[in-house]
Design a binder for this molecule. Structure first.
Ligand SMILES: O=P(O)(O)O[C@H]1O[C@H](CO)[C@@H](O)[C@H]1O
Ligand SMILES: O=c1cc[nH]c(=O)[nH]1
Length: 234
């Protein structure tokens, strides 16, 4: 096992879906995977491996925020040989047109976190998704007729931000949505020469004030996850 994941070597697939919420990981495994085993319950940050259309896939909860996510993703990459990572998260829309229930594919991620700033010592690194994963996901979303947006997202350290004017400026500059993990995920994947993309379902819109109900969130998460599984297994 690694420090925070209780899997034996070989128990985790090279392709891993990464929801923030460990119960979403459990729901994905129960709903979509065959021959499922739970490989880790450490801190209740659940991880599962199974098959989707005959191909091995794992699902690992990462918690909220870049520090928590980075612990799990570092161990997946350094200790378990993960190669393809797809964050399946929720986000808040920053533009009117990024409506609740839409999908947001983060091709790049701005951040207010110090994690990448410390890592690159003064260089303003541009955390970027893997293009082959972006393309594969977009192809599946197009074929399914899903409502989706591709562009820059904002990975914040503060869900409850003291600077609403910062969010307004990001809106003016066309940033699509806010979430809390993608910027560090993209940097870590680059460090280990792996592939990553963050896809999020819009759960609320910070401009219009619209919100999804818990029931709606479950249904729209389903579309995001089905497209992710199709994108990584074909
Ligand atoms: O739904 P998840 O994947 O947790 O993602 C979003 O939700 C959490 C905040 O409520 C943060 O982790 C944010 O990135
Ligand atoms: O980080 C997040 C996730 C969902 N909605 C938000 O407003 N922020």
């Amino acid at each position: 096992m690694s420090t925070h994941i209780a899997a034996a070597p070989g128990e985790i697939a090279e392709t891993v879906l990464l929801p923030g919420d460990p119960l979403r990981a459990e729901w994905i495994a129960a709903t979509y995977l065959d021959d499922v085993t739970c490989y880790s319950k450490v801190r209740n940050m659940l991880g599962f491996t199974g098959t989707y259309q005959g191909q091995r896939v794992s699902v690992q909860g990462t918690g909220m925020g870049q520090p928590s996510m980075s612990i799990y993703v570092h161990e997946l990459l350094a200790d378990y040989g993960a190669r393809t990572l797809v964050r399946v998260g929720s986000c808040g829309g920053l533009l009117d047109r990024v409506a609740i229930r839409d999908l947001v594919i983060g091709i790049s991620a701005a951040t207010d976190s110090s994690m990448n700033a410390l890592r690159f010592e003064g260089v303003h690194y541009a955390p970027t998704a893997d293009f082959s994963l972006v393309r594969a996901y977009v192809e599946k979303a197009e074929a399914a007729g899903a409502r989706y947006h591709v562009g820059q997202i904002f990975s914040t350290d503060s869900f409850y931000h003291d600077r609403p004017e910062l969010r307004d400026r990001l809106t003016r500059y066309g940033v699509l949505a806010v979430e809390m993990e993608a910027a560090a995920l993209y940097a870590l994947a680059a460090k280990f020469a792996a592939r990553a993309v963050a896809v999020c379902t819009v759960s609320d819109n910070l401009v219009t004030g619209e919100e999804t109900s818990a029931d709606e969130r479950e249904r729209t998460f389903a579309e995001m996850v089905e497209l992710a599984l199709d994108a990584v297994t074909t």
